[in-house]
Design a protein. Structure first.
Length: 256
């Protein structure tokens, strides 16, 4: 745990097992690993997969159902919902691989997430703050072992949106899905040449400033930290875009 975080924040409540299960299933649904309309594994299968009790699984599924992500069908099982947000997300599938489109996504996120950070600072409860912190430390863990950090990055931002206690912030971020985190190996715009350890460590330092402001309940500082983070992301992509344009002018075959 980073020393500069421990001095200013602490997890007031350890997330329940059901929250871990719900977060994992939610991530799989939002990332497309579990497709819209698909049937979830049975209660028994989920119990075995997560090593938890049936009660924990039922609580997790109930949480997903309350969020409108899944629906029970009598005698058939639990199915992933076809949500309006997912219909919007299908539009983004036509964006292609251009960095200019990544810049458009970041611009949308600026209009959404700067205010959500401020609201989260004033409205988050102990459980919601714990989820933000959990996503932050999961990013750290994945970075330390050289794994892709995109999912934990998305969950960090999504947890902040959820802490606004306004479901529409979450709906729009869910609609963007993987494209909310453009520079990741699981997204159309991520490449090994961009995703250096130094690059991801820079992102995490920016995340830390956001987390500290939210944990301190400082809405203005949270907005400023989120604005700085997204503006830096915008600058990084703009630099990459202009670099590609220069490569093109000089006959380079560099991919977007």
């Amino acid at each position: 745990m980073p020393a500069d975080l421990t001095a200013t924040t602490k997890v007031e409540r350890k997330p329940k097992l059901s929250e871990h299960v719900a977060a994992s299933l939610r991530s799989q649904i939002l990332s497309g690993e579990i497709l819209s309309g698909a049937k979830l594994p049975t209660e028994s299968q989920l119990t075995d997969a997560f090593g938890v009790s049936r009660t924990v699984v039922r609580e997790a599924v109930a949480s997903l159902a309350a969020d409108g992500l899944v629906e029970p069908r009598q005698g058939a099982g639990i199915f992933v919902c076809q949500r309006p947000a997912m219909a919007f997300a299908s539009i983004t599938q036509d964006l292609g691989l251009k960095i200019s489109h990544a810049l458009n996504v970041i611009e949308v996120r600026m209009g959404l997430e700067i205010e959500s950070a401020g609201l989260a600072a004033g409205r988050r409860n102990a459980a919601q703050e714990a989820m933000i912190q959990e996503a932050f430390f999961e990013f750290d863990r994945l970075l330390s072992i050289g794994e892709a950090t995109g999912r934990s990055d998305f969950m960090f931002h999504r947890s902040i949106a959820a802490a606004t206690n306004n479901p529409f912030y979450v709906e729009v971020l869910d609609a963007l899905g993987v494209r909310a985190i453009p520079c990741d190996i699981t997204s159309p715009w991520g490449t090994d040449s961009v995703l250096t350890r130094e690059y991801q460590a820079t992102l995490q330092r920016e995340h830390l400033a956001i987390l500290k402001a939210i944990s301190a309940g400082d809405a203005d500082a949270a907005r400023m930290a989120m604005r700085a983070h997204l503006m830096e992301s915008q600058r990084r992509y703009h630099d990459r875009l202009t670099g590609q344009q220069a490569d093109y002018q000089f006959g380079s075959n560099a991919a977007p």
